[in-house]
Design a protein around this ligand. Structure first.
Ligand SMILES: Nc1ncnc2c1ncn2[C@@H]1O[C@H](COP(=O)(O)OP(=O)(O)OP(=O)(O)O)[C@@H](O)[C@H]1O
Ligand SMILES: [Mg+2]
Length: 228
């Protein structure tokens, strides 16, 4: 039987424009994310994909509705408990990597491990293993500005892996990459999925990336429909 790692029920989200006009972006999305699989969401620009991803990963609140990850109801947690839960269970890869420019690749991965309570030495040791996992050992001491776009994105994936999450959320992870670097990221996702049993939820416009999806959804008119 398929097991579900995340269950979202009746998610609604609207934004108010400056003139007070209400924009209904998500209109009652219920969604289940299958464990150990790579699931993707496609849809037109402005369809609400990033908004939904932020809500499903507990980075933003819906107007109503619930999200349970491994049975924990995210929006019933206090802010403090929610960030702790996110830090321990979720990794997020943004379209623009948001790496810290002052720190090298290894430190960018070690910092979230320290935030999660490990010593500097232990965090660096674990970060080193993760940097190796994404194939960047020879770039560990490069700062983001000294890395190519594809390498920066691999560091961003490494950082998302820092605290051994069970789900990786990725918003347009290959949006800024050429096709070679993109295909390296796809291979990495599939490897991590197979070797670490990681669950992925990826928003993408990239038709090549869509090919490796186990499950595929489309966001349209405020709703998600399953395409595969
Ligand atoms: N904070 C906000 N205030 C007002 N409107 C917003 C806000 N955030 C998003 N929106 C609007 O909600 C809609 C959905 O935005 P969202 O970023 O989720 O789209 P998307 O599907 O990720 O698009 P893209 O593919 O271009 O990244 C857009 O029309 C956007 O302008
Ligand atoms: Mg978006």
């Amino acid at each position: 039987m398929n097991s579900m790692i995340l269950e979202a029920k009746e998610i609604y989200k609207s934004f108010f424009r400056l003139n007070n006009q209400k924009l209904d972006i998500i209109k009652g999305v219920s969604f289940e994310l299958e464990a150990d699989k790579i699931t993707m969401i496609v849809g037109a620009s402005g369809a609400g994909k990033s908004t939904l991803l932020h809500i499903l990963s507990g980075l933003d609140y819906p107007d109503s509705g619930s999200v349970k990850i491994k049975g924990t109801d995210l929006f019933k947690l206090s802010d403090e408990k929610l960030s702790k839960f996110r830090n321990q269970n979720i990794g997020f890869v943004f379209q623009f990597h948001h790496l810290l420019p002052e720190f090298d690749a290894l430190e960018n991965v070690a910092i979230p491990i320290m935030i999660n309570g490990k010593s500097l030495a232990q965090a660096k040791k674990e970060a080193h293993n993760i940097i190796e996992l994404v194939g960047l050992s020879d770039r560990a001491h490069h700062k983001p500005s000294e890395l190519s776009g594809g390498e920066q994105q691999r560091v961003a994936v490494a950082r998302a892996l820092a605290n051994k999450p069970s789900i990786i959320f990725a918003d347009e992870p290959t949006g800024n990459l050429d096709s070679f670097s993109s295909s390296k990221i796809h291979e990495l996702f599939r490897e991590l999925n197979t070797n670490l049993k990681l669950t992925f939820l990826i928003v993408t416009h990239n038709p090549e990336l869509v090919k490796i999806a186990d499950n595929l959804f489309e966001m349209k008119d405020g709703l998600l429909t399953k395409n595969k």
